[in-house]
Design a protein around this ligand. Structure first.
Ligand code: 9YT
Length: 132
């Protein structure tokens, strides 16, 4: 049995930060579950370019509002509490958080090890801009 508390994880090296988000990696590869689990905060009024070429990811919105735009076809999907989006095709996308920011729960397959650098993951924070 594994039991972890978000606040305790945030006080450890499980918390990683970027220009436009931070993420607490509550479950990682060395837990041997076959997936990793993260609580990620996307900062208010930001846009992040994300392309996880080597990972599948599901993202559930706990709070806040934003949108996701898939770069291949330009489709825009609204994100609100209760929305799940699934990058089942390793979809390259822009993730935008509006005024309140976003808090999301993310699952990765294969699991992250915790050592990934952003470029290797395909995460490229771009810019901070006005929100919608
Ligand atoms: C929203 C999203 O894609 N979050 C991913 C988790 C975060 N980038 C991390 O832990 O690396």
């Amino acid at each position: 049995m594994i039991v972890r508390k978000l606040n305790e994880c945030r006080d450890s090296d499980r918390l990683v930060s970027s220009e436009t988000w931070d993420s607490t990696r509550m479950l990682l590869k060395d837990d041997s579950m076959g997936f990793s689990f993260h609580i990620t905060r996307i900062f208010p009024n930001t846009e992040t370019h994300i392309w996880y070429k080597n990972h599948l990811e599901s993202v559930y919105c706990v709070s806040g509002r934003g949108e996701i735009e898939t770069t291949l076809d330009g489709k825009v999907y609204q994100i609100e509490p209760g929305t799940l989006y699934v990058l089942d095709k390793n979809d390259e996308h822009y993730l935008r958080a509006f005024d309140q920011g976003l808090e999301v729960a993310c699952v990765f397959n294969p699991p992250l090890t915790g050592q990934e650098v952003h470029d290797k993951e395909g995460v490229y924070p771009l810019l901070v801009e006005g929100g919608s």
